[in-house]
Design a protein around this ligand. Structure first.
Ligand code: FES
Length: 135
């Protein structure tokens, strides 16, 4: 519903305006919306060895990237208990174990236990030797 007088207001919101529709705006400038949410994290040579994890900087944020049997998974690096660096932890049965007090997070969901929130998980994808992370 428009507010009173909006119908005659030349500045009223226009649903067809490309400036109000991100996908249309991106299409006009040649950027695919699906690629817009990934940024380069590192290159594949910098990924951790099987069943190891490491910290990788993404802008001003650190990400914990783990190698679980050849599958690369990423979560926030900061443990929600007292801020331990998860990328310095141990990979154990699909979980990253915090090096400070042993809290363990599922690397696919970031959860401490099913339904118990933990750290944020991030999607990764590899393209042409680059590792991209969803923002
Ligand atoms: S800081 Fe991670 S378990 Fe305590």
């Amino acid at each position: 519903m428009l507010f009173p007088g909006a119908r005659d207001n030349p500045l009223r919101l226009n649903a067809n305006c490309p400036l109000l529709n991100t996908n249309r705006l991106l299409a006009r400038v040649g950027v695919l919306a699906s690629d817009m949410s990934f940024v380069r994290l590192t290159d594949t040579a910098n990924l951790p060895a099987p069943n190891e994890a490491k910290e990788i900087a993404c802008g001003d944020k650190m990400i914990c990237v783990a190698n679980v049997g050849g599958q690369f998974l990423a979560v926030d690096n900061v443990c929600v208990h007292l801020g331990g660096p998860l990328g310095e932890g141990v990979v154990d049965k699909g979980k990253i174990v915090c090096p400070w007090h042993g809290w363990a997070y599922d690397l696919k969901t970031g959860e401490l236990a099913p339904g118990r929130p933990g750290v944020k998980p991030y999607a990764l994808k590899i393209e042409n030797g680059d590792v991209l992370i969803e923002t």
